[in-house]
Design a protein around this ligand. Structure first.
Ligand code: HEC
Length: 215
């Protein structure tokens, strides 16, 4: 009997492990609906710095120029200089250490793969996610060409984008040097006694209780 129970428990545990969490939430809470792989794929569009997540396909800077003029230049300027107060996409090199840094794709962004991710996810503004993979590769190549990072005849695919070393790649500080980021958090018996050394009241930033109540 005991063995039999054990076996039933084991089988239920395996079944439980195989049941998608979403199905459980639907059954248990009566809200939502299970998400199938196809639906999920529409949301799963992130591209990582190393290029993971980039789709198949490729695009040329030459094709990108035409698309750019048609779909992007109205806001970002014909040469990426930015129209009105829309973001500048080009230049700004050697301004990062000045009092007025101009952070553009060319001067600031550490990874070219992010350009693909961002354009596919968010641009053109107002008509996001309307571009094909080929168009997005072409636009990425053209913006990189505008920034003198690739040549005019560049044709980029996922591997090509991931292989580009952006000018500011090494301009970020890492690992995060703040002491509380690296220190292992103490969760138990951290300090023998706690001594209160001062009160905010002393420097008059906390209203006195009586005064606060009187007001
Ligand atoms: C209607 C105006 C408009 C159009 C058209 C447009 N953009 Fe943008 N773009 C914006 C705005 C606004 C932002 C900033 C959005 C934000 O910060 O949330 C932006 C941001 C960007 C950025 C990031 C800039 C940075 O350094 O942070 C890139 C890259 C970009 N757009 C590319 C494109 C491309 C490629 C196209 C054409 C397919 C395009 N945009 C079309 C308005 C536009």
């Amino acid at each position: 009997m005991f063995n039999c129970l054990k076996r039933i428990t084991a089988v239920s545990l395996i079944l439980l492990a195989l049941t998608p969490a979403t199905t459980l939430a639907v059954d248990r809470l009566g809200i939502g609906s299970p998400v199938d792989g196809k639906t999920l794929a529409g949301w799963d569009i992130d591209v990582r710095p190393d290029g993971q997540g980039l789709p198949a396909g490729q695009g040329s800077a030459v094709d990108g120029e035409e698309l750019y003029l048609e779909k992007c230049a109205a806001c970002h300027g014909e040469f990426g200089e930015g129209a009105g107060r829309y973001p500048v996409l080009m230049g700004g090199y050697e301004t990062l250490t000045t009092a007025d840094p101009e952070k553009t794709v060319g001067s600031y962004w550490p990874y070219a793969t992010t350009l693909f991710d961002y354009i596919r996810r968010a641009m053109p503004f107002g008509d996001a996610q309307s571009l094909s993979a080929k168009e997005t590769y072409a636009l990425s190549a053209y913006i990189l060409f505008m920034n003198d990072i690739v040549t005019e005849d560049a044709v980029l695919d996922g591997a090509g984008l991931a292989a580009i070393k952006m000018p500011n790649r090494d301009g970020f500080i890492g690992p995060d040097p703040r002491p509380d980021v690296l220190r292992k958090a103490c969760m138990k018996d951290c300090k023998g006694t706690i001594e209160i050394r001062s009160f905010a009241r002393k420097i008059a930033v906390t209203p006195e209780l009586e005064k606060a109540e009187a007001n």
